[in-house]
Design a protein around this ligand. Structure first.
Ligand code: IPM
Ligand code: MG
Length: 331
């Protein structure tokens, strides 16, 4: 960000705040008020990764790092998570899929983020503790705004939107389908199709090139976006944006990597590309974002990569970051 600022004559002001495991350790809360206040007062948020192994082994712990993330989504009204899934030519051989299947894959996953089974009430246990329930709830309004966002994105891409649901079983999915069909009338340039989620999971592996923009509800999107993120073979490189009514949040798709703490080996590209999305979507600085993305591509071509991408001759995290900063400043 500093290199981009220097090159393009901006000065960015940073505030730092805790969330997740680090925030619980220090304050007892996964999303301290101070953090939320700072987020709301900012133009954009760059989010690290949350989670710590000491919480993973106890899914029933009363206070958990994930609560910080879910509270942040809800408090900031982040109703859509947007994940571009693109291939990098120099990394195609790392994909679990055959090269010919991946040719030209360029997908934008749009996941609804503040509704559905993640937030639906009632949720809980019966009195005797022997029955548990979650509720999947969607209003037309919640569906409409995220489907519209997907259509807007598609207009700038190949113009195709695939709505993923389970309308053969779920009432909420039938409302998704009905609402999407109404909305697409407002977008004459858009071609919309519908897939059941099980079929979509299969086609993402078999024929990922058929997709342009995918839009789906919260839980289906959680699952499919992880699936989509590994087919390109470069989970460590993928950025995401969570967009809402006020401040947007930008974060790498990968989780925290506690095994690497202090070793200077983690791949910084997911975060750097999230900063590129922040420049473009959060601050409307398109040229700046392009310059950053170009520098990342060049670093890959030059083989300036961390050990997850090159075991035999790896660079440290700092080396990759410094190389990219230098490239931006001098090109
Ligand atoms: C994600 C994560 C979160 C989710 C977890 C950590 C609560 O898997 O961002 O996809 O399920 O939304
Ligand atoms: Mg997930």
């Amino acid at each position: 960000m500093n290199a981009v600022g220097k090159k393009f004559n901006h000065s960015f002001n940073y505030e730092y705040a805790l969330v997740g495991a680090a925030a619980i350790d220090k304050t007892g809360s996964p999303l301290p008020d101070e953090t939320l206040i700072k987020c709301k007062a900012s133009d954009a948020v760059l989010f690290g990764a949350i989670g710590d192994p000491k919480y993973d082994n106890d899914p029933s712990a009363r206070v958990r790092p994930e609560q910080g993330l879910l509270a942040m989504r809800s408090e900031l009204g982040l109703y859509a998570n947007v994940r571009p899934v693109t291939t990098f030519p120099s990394l195609l051989d790392r994909s679990p899929l055959k090269r010919e299947i991946l040719d030209g894959v360029d997908i934008l996953m749009v996941r609804e983020l503040t509704g559905g089974i993640y937030f639906g009430k009632p949720q809980g246990r019966s009195e005797d503790g022997k029955t548990a329930y979650d509720s999947c709830v969607y209003s037309k309004f919640e569906i409409e705004r995220v489907v519209r966002l997907a259509c807007e994105y598609a207009l700038k891409r190949k113009g195709k939107v695939t709505v993923v649901d389970k309308a053969n079983v779920l009432a909420t999915s039938r409302l998704w389908r009905e609402t999407s069909k109404e909305i697409v009338h407002d977008y004459p340039g858009i071609e919309m199709d519908f897939l059941f989620v099980d079929n979509a999971a299969m086609q993402l592996i078999q024929n990922p090139g058929r997709f342009d923009v995918i839009v789906t509800e919260n839980m289906f999107g959680d699952i499919l976006s992880d699936e989509a993120s590994v087919i390109t073979g470069s989970l460590g490189l993928l950025p995401s944006a969570s967009i809402g009514s006020s401040t947007s949040v930008f974060e790498p798709v990968h989780g925290s990597y506690p095994q690497a703490a202090g070793k200077n080996i983690a791949n910084p590209l997911g975060t750097i590309l999230s900063a590129a999305m922040l420049l473009e979507t959060g601050l409307n600085l398109t040229g700046e974002s392009e310059a950053l993305k170009r520098a990342v591509e060049k670093s890959l071509e030059a083989g300036m990569v961390t050990e997850d991408l090159d075991r035999s001759n790896p660079c440290s995290t700092n080396m990759v970051g410094d190389w990219i900063s230098e490239y931006i400043l001098h090109n």
